[in-house]
Design a protein around this ligand. Structure first.
Ligand SMILES: Cc1ncc(COP(=O)(O)O)c(C=O)c1O
Length: 479
């Protein structure tokens, strides 16, 4: 708890320092005579005024490190390897303009109207097509369209979890799921991952231990393909065993699969949903990484009784998903070229992944290890355990480069302290190389400091700097 508070304090202190100038700029841009915008940070008087009004559950709420970092990394001089942003500049602007113009001319009134809570049939038909591309054949009636995948995680947790209920997820897990699980006061248990994804042997032990205590997890949350944050993929054997376990113990699985179609190497794995047939697996999809996160279109495929409750939760949350976005999806899929765009993204991201891996070999010290993702947007690097990546981030930001510190992928806010998530989709190859060079530089400084203090000697050659031609590459241990 202390550690968690400390972490929050550290991140917000850094953010405060970094966001203030743009606040001031915002105020300068105010039109004459408009009321002045209030400062964004909270004073102790504000706290006193509102503290007694907050619901108890707000005490368990946590900020998302990634959202916090977005404010800083929006500065053009920062190379951000922190976000989970797809490169939307690759989407052809002229076809976007043509699609939106068609909507304006042909369906303006409908596109600007409310829609059904579960989403339009035409949207669901497009999402069924996306699932079919990964070998699934759901009934469109088993789908509900959500405001991004994030809302799907929220609605599922809201539907299934009472305070204190056990939920199982991977360690590390998607950092954006951590605040959701916390806000519903779930008792989160994290199961270690390795190169083949979640350790199913550890999962079995955990389920057995919970059963001995008379408890059953409400669900097992997994990102099985090109996981956010580690980039690892659950092997087929483990997938099969995971689905068997869910059936044996009558536990639901939440399969979150934003990245399955962004495969660079190897053969596709069967989804958990297809292995299970949709009885115990709730499938969660999104168009954020294969089309646009700005349109906020995600979905859940679930058995009808669960879907009905999720629908009630969605009515309360936002009535319906953006009609305009759904009309855009309909237009876009109607052109029949969406898979070509996914193929373009795969080519671009594969090259970027390779550039990042190459830069890591050149610039990270030999005591570091990292994953080698076969797809997706991220890899996960782990440094010597005396380096705390939350502290390192503050130093990296001074060098105008950002990453996500590993702690944000753990609910206890303690594990993952010497790891970091690195994104390779949002920057071009030169930026990626430069970003990794800068991070490598701050890591070397930390190592040198540690060695000076402890008297230990560095193993291997010093990491290179700007003038280094990058000749000799020391082989790295890998996970
Ligand atoms: C595993 C995972 N789930 C859900 C989301 C949220 O997706 P969306 O942008 O559709 O809300 C993300 C976004 O990065 C993600 O990586």
């Amino acid at each position: 708890m202390n550690g968690r508070r400390k972490l929050r304090g550290r991140i917000s202190a850094t953010l405060f320092a970094m966001t203030e100038p743009s606040e001031q700029e915002g105020q300068r841009r105010q039109p004459e005579g408009a009321p002045r915008r209030r400062r964004a940070h909270t004073t102790s008087r504000d706290l006193e005024r509102y503290a007694g009004l907050f619901a108890k559950r707000t005490q368990a709420m946590r900020s998302s490190a990634m959202r916090d970092l977005m404010a800083i990394t929006a500065r053009p001089e920062v190379i951000s390897l922190a976000g989970g942003l797809p490169d939307t500049s690759t989407f052809p602007a002229e076809s976007f303009a043509a699609q939106m113009t068609r909507i304006a001319h042909e369906s303006s009134a409908e596109a600007l109207q409310y829609g059904p809570t579960e989403g339009f049939e035409e949207t669901k038909a497009c999402l069924v097509e996306v699932m079919a591309a990964e070998g699934m054949a759901p009934d469109p009636d088993d789908l509900i369209v959500t405001t991004g995948g994030q809302q799907a995680i929220d609605l599922i947790t809201k539907t299934l979890v009472d305070p204190g209920d056990p939920v199982i997820c991977e360690a590390p897990t998607y950092p954006g799921a951590v605040p959701t699980f916390c806000s519903y006061e779930a008792d989160v248990h994290q199961v270690n991952t390795d190169d083949d994804g979640m350790r199913i042997d550890e999962l079995e032990e955990l389920i057995a231990a919970l059963a001995r205590a008379g408890r059953r997890p409400k669900f097992i949350y997994s990102v099985p393909s090109f996981q956010n944050p580690a980039g690892v993929t659950l092997s087929e054997q483990r997938r099969r065993r995971l689905v068997e376990l869910a059936r044996e113990h009558e536990v639901l699985i939440v399969e979150d699969n934003p990245y399955g179609l962004l495969r660079f190497d190897g053969e596709p794995q069967p989804t958990l949903y297809s292995l299970d047939g949709g009885d115990y697996v709730l499938y969660l999809g999104t168009l954020s990484k294969i089309l646009s996160p700005g349109i906020r279109i995600g979905w859940v495929a679930a058995p009808p009784p669960v879907l009905e409750k999720i629908g009630l939760g969605k009515q309360a949350a936002d009535l319906c998903t953006s009609t305009l976005s759904q009309y855009f999806v309909r237009e876009y899929f109607g052109e029949g070229r969406w898979l070509d765009y996914v193929a373009d993204l795969v080519t671009i991201y594969r090259d970027r992944r390779d550039a990042m891996l190459d830069a890591l070999e050149r610039h990270f010290p030999e005591q570091s290890i990292w994953t080698r993702p076969g797809g997706g947007l991220f890899l996960w690097a782990t440094l010597p355990d005396y380096i705390d990546t939350t502290d390192l981030l503050a130093k990296a930001l001074r060098e105008n480069v950002a990453f996500v510190p590993g702690r944000s992928a753990y609910v206890d806010g303690l594990r993952g302290a010497s790891s970091m998530r690195l994104n390779f989709s949002a920057s071009d190859e030169d930026e990626l190389r430069e970003g990794i060079r800068r991070i490598g530089h701050v890591i070397s400084e930390q190592i040198a400091l540690y060695e000076t203090i402890t008297g230990e000697h560095r193993i291997g050659p010093p990491p290179d700097d700007e003038d280094d031609p990058g000749g000799e590459v020391v082989p790295m241990p890998r996970r």
